[in-house]
Each structure stands twice: as C-alpha cells, then as structure tokens.
Design a binder for this molecule. Sequence first.
Ligand SMILES: *[C@@H]1O[C@H](CO)[C@@H](O)[C@H](O)[C@H]1NC(C)=O
Ligand SMILES: *[C@@H]1O[C@H](CO)[C@@H](O)[C@H](O)[C@H]1NC(C)=O
Ligand SMILES: *[C@@H]1O[C@H](CO)[C@@H](O)[C@H](O)[C@H]1NC(C)=O
Ligand SMILES: *[C@@H]1O[C@H](CO)[C@@H](O)[C@H](O)[C@H]1NC(C)=O
Ligand SMILES: *[C@@H]1O[C@H](CO)[C@@H](O)[C@H](O)[C@H]1NC(C)=O
Length: 382
Amino acid sequence: MHRILTFVLALALLILPILATPSRLRLPGSALRLARKHGGGETGDDDDGPGGDNDNDDDSNADGNIPDLGDSAGIPDVANATNAACVPFYPVRDAILGGVFGGRCTDLARASVRLAFHDAGTFSLRLAALGKPNGAADGSLLWDPQEVLRDENNGLQDIVAALAPLPQRFNVSPGDVLQLAGVLGVLACPGGPRIDAWVGRPLPANKAPNGLLPSPNDSVDSLLGRFADMGFAPVDLIALIGAHGTARQRFVDPAMAGEAMDTTIDLWDVNFYRDTNVATAPHNVFRLASDVNLAHNASTKAFFHEYIDNQPDWDQDYRAAHLLMSTLGYKTTELVNCTELMPASINLTRVSMPDTVSGKAVVDPGLLEAAIQKYRAPWLKP
Ligand SMILES: *[C@@H]1O[C@H](CO)[C@@H](O)[C@H](O)[C@H]1NC(C)=O
Ligand SMILES: *[C@@H]1O[C@H](CO)[C@@H](O)[C@H](O)[C@H]1NC(C)=O
Ligand SMILES: *[C@@H]1O[C@H](CO)[C@@H](O)[C@H](O)[C@H]1NC(C)=O
Ligand SMILES: *[C@@H]1O[C@H](CO)[C@@H](O)[C@H](O)[C@H]1NC(C)=O
Ligand SMILES: *[C@@H]1O[C@H](CO)[C@@H](O)[C@H](O)[C@H]1NC(C)=O
C-alpha cells in the first residue's frame, strides 16, 4: 500500500518541479526512486564493491553493496583508478577516513554525516524557481566562516575545523570535501552502506540562506513540506532520520548532553526505528519530539514502520536519499561519479552471532573488531 503512495508522491514530485522550474531541474531523486522501487534499475545496484564476488545483481535483494568478508580488504587503490577525474580524490578520501576519522565511527565521523545534512538542507526548489540565493550541497559551511556559528550548527565546529584546510590542500572544492566526508562518515560506522560518491561541485555561489534548516520542534507537516521543497519524498525523510541511530544529542536538551539516540550508537543499524517507536524511551536513549511524531503520524508511520528490524530496506532507501542529498542544487550531468574510490561496507550480519539467551543475532565485538582491522586498516590510528 505505501509503495503505491510512494509512487504517487514520487510522481507528484517528479511532475511538480518540471512545471515549476523547467530549466534548473534535474528531476531530484524521484526519477531515481521510481526506477529503484519499480524495477527500472537505473541505480544498477551493481555495487558489489571492490573485491566483491557477489554475482547476485538482483535488485530485489537490494544489498549488492557489501562484498564478502574474506575476499579482499575492499579498498580501491588509486593505481587502479578508472576515471582520471577521480584520481585527486583518493588522497582526499584517505585524509578524511584516516586523518580525520581514524578509520572508525568516531564523533568526527558522526558529525560529518550531520554536517552533510546541514550543508545540503538549506537547498530550496522554491528559491531556485525565484532565482534567489539558495542553499545547496555546496560546502558553504567550510567556505563561509560565519555559517558554523549559527545556532542550528552548534556542535559542528570541530568537524568544520578539521575539514576546512582540505580544499586548499588538495585543490578541490569545499562542497566535494564536505559531501565526500558525509558518505565516508556513514561508511566509517559499522553497517553503514557504500553510498555513491559524486564530485565536481563548483565553489558555493553564496552563503546558505537562513531559516531553512528543519528543527526538532517542527511538526510533521512542516517537515514534509520543507523536505519536499528540497526535492525529497516522504520516504527519503524517514530514511534520512535513521542516521540519528549513530548520533548523540548535545544541544536539544543540554541537561542530557551526550545521550545517544538509539541503543546501539556505534552501529549503523535500524534500532533507532524501534527505539523511537516504542511507548517509552529505552534507558539512556534521547528521542527528538519530531522523530517520535514521525513514527506515529498517519502521514509517515507506514514508512517509519517499514524499517523496524529491516536493515536491507533501510539500506537501499538511505543510500538513495543520501545520494540525492549530497547532490542537491546540481545536475548529475555536471558532476563526476567517483564511487570507484569508496571502500567496502562492513556487513553487520556477517559479524553477528546468535545471542545465547534470545537466539537473536547480535553483533559480536570480536568479529566486528576483526572486520574493522581488515577493512579499515590503512586509516586506523595505532
Ligand atoms: C556510479 O558508479 C557506481 C559504481 O561504479 C555505479 O554502481 C552507479 O550505478 C553509478 N551511478 C550512475 C548514475 O551511473
Ligand atoms: C550481509 O550478509 C548477509 C549474510 O551473508 C547477506 O544475506 C546480506 O544480504 C548482506 N547484507 C547486505 C546489505 O549486503
Ligand atoms: C590493482 O591492480 C593490480 C594490477 O593491475 C592488481 O594486482 C591489484 O590487485 C589491484 N588492486 C586493487 C585494490 O584492486
Ligand atoms: C524547541 O522548543 C523548546 C521548548 O519549547 C525550546 O526551548 C527550544 O529552543 C526549541 N528548539 C529549537 C531548535 O527551536
Ligand atoms: C500529524 O501531523 C499533523 C501536523 O503536522 C497534525 O495536524 C496531526 O494531528 C498529526 N497526527 C497525529 C496522529 O499525530
């Protein structure tokens, strides 16, 4: 049922912007989503990853991005680059994954995912149609020294300081650095999927306009409205907020600063959806009012509930939504696909063991650490 709804909403989104802004539009995500949800296969999912030996390219499995643990370390080497335009970005990848994240799901890795959203989340189709200064996934947070000082960007100071020197150091744009850090931040957290990485963003045209970033106090309607104005369907909104599952809150309620937003903060998993949906917040879990509303509201709960205990569906939808987010404001024809430099994802299923009491599969810390040692070796801090 809700897939039909998705289809209708995606179709509406597809048509609306064509009418509104014929020249600027690159059919935000919706075309991609239609293909994905309805077998058009544009995204290919031919994503076994380096060393991946997975011949199963059936989209219905939706999980082709994870190579076999045991195949190879899944780390693409610049010597094997196939696209010359991507060559400068291999060292940027290493500077971020190694120098900034230390190869792990650290606070800076988590912050880079939030940063990617705060950078892109000021994009507006409405402003674009009016030809007014607009946001975009343009790296303006690294380029304009004032943006990080806005209240809504509190907590992003450290990641901005860590990434800010990289554009000059590698002679690439701030948007490329910032959005590459976003997809690498997802990958640095075990379970995080390999999202397609695109580069070639020009310098920001202006600072991000004020007042466009969604707030945790927003109603469901205003969140849906604001996300639609960015070019997102409701399914994208619900998939994107799953990133809260690796987040800590600090400023929403300073009295509870540091509290995680699900029970497994170090894993890129779907526990956020269960923990947000249950009547009472689990011990030491902080829930945003907006997330709880999205879990229960009639307009969004079907999307929300689909991801409870369903990592493969979330994976697929999150990858599509984050990809769209990371290119907001640009046409993909203006950018270059450098997914070839992305390391392999760590598959949580393959590092899990049945719990002796419940029988449910749970991540085994020893297996997980072994996977990190193997798949993230070049970037780990001693
Ligand atoms: C981008 O590259 C990746 C990996 O090479 C590929 O799976 C994906 O389909 C490409 N995206 C597009 C839109 O061509
Ligand atoms: C993870 O590995 C399991 C077991 O090998 C497999 O069934 C599943 O499809 C994989 N998940 C992803 C997202 O690739
Ligand atoms: C790169 O290519 C060389 C030879 O062309 C090959 O031996 C090596 O395994 C490749 N490395 C990766 C990480 O794909
Ligand atoms: C949300 O609402 C609370 C209480 O009404 C207020 O203290 C807080 O500043 C608001 N937060 C934002 C980001 O607007
Ligand atoms: C859903 O959200 C809308 C506004 O955002 C609100 O009017 C409505 O009461 C909400 N419904 C539920 C069941 O929370």
